[in-house]
Design a binder for this molecule. Sequence first.
Ligand code: G3H
Ligand code: 13P
Ligand code: ZN
Length: 312
Amino acid sequence: MPLVTSKEMFKKAYEGGYAIGAFNVNNLEIIQGITEAAAEVRAPLILQVSAGARKYAKHVYLMKLIEAAEIDTGLPICVHLDHGEDFEICKSCIDGGFTSVMIDGSKHSFEENVRLTLEVVKYAHDRGVVVEGELGKLAGIEDAINVSAEDASFTRPEEVEEFVSRTGVDSLAIAIGTSHGAYKFKPGQKPRLRFDILEEVSKRLPNFPIVLHGASSVVPEFVEIINANGGEMPDAIGIPEEMLREAARGAVCKINIDSDLRLGMTAGIREHMKKNPSHFDPRQYLAPGRANIKSLVKNKLINVLGCDGKAE
Ligand code: G3H
Ligand code: 13P
Ligand code: ZN
């Protein structure tokens, strides 16, 4: 099966009350860990690439690795640009074979966000590529952009219909209290998401796929392993799995996960190196990182997203 867009995936996910996992990829081991897990449970996948990932690994390497994963597993895989910040990067990814792009105009005014998103949608749709837009600002760190909690803002439901109808986007990322990175809530703070906003948005946009960024649960076992093996991570709190399950049952069709993959990889490497300080063959310490990613992703696909068995 060639690489696919997320159109069919989202339609089925919306109707079936589950979500597709969108996992950030940066190298061979991350791609293998994710796709081996998905192949074992027959789950459709979105593999997403940030501007930082393209800079680190180069577009062509990631593209070829993802194509290899598709050949190896036979799964429906959508390759997506995560947080495209301007028309140029979206164009470059579309021209370079991606089947989906995100244009993240959330830092701009509503009017500028509409203008920019529409420009990308026109280019993408002419070439059979789908587009994710964003309304509302998430806190946290993505690439060089650090949005402070004060600058973050929830999505305003009264804006979503106009944004979607004027731009023609295929899916919409909204801000309901998730954030990027490993420190989503302050120590002692109870995780809370604005499900009322999600509900209002989905009423205004019937049958329309909603995207949740910043959705790592910040798996406590991995943080413990990192800290037991020389790491120094302060208290890290993520999104409880039950909240993600609730979102997936509703209009949320795409759930973005990166930080949990980073924690799994780091925990595997740290644990291995602490036990085997003389090892210097990268395969010896990358393999446990890859294995952690595989077990993490398998758990997400089955127990959080509910998309196991949905690849046809
Ligand atoms: O939303 C951001 C993702 O976690 C990607 O992070 O820009 O550091 O690759 P990155
Ligand atoms: P996390 O940092 O919670 O994994 O979010 C990743 C993300 O939203 C990528 O776009
Ligand atoms: Zn994001």
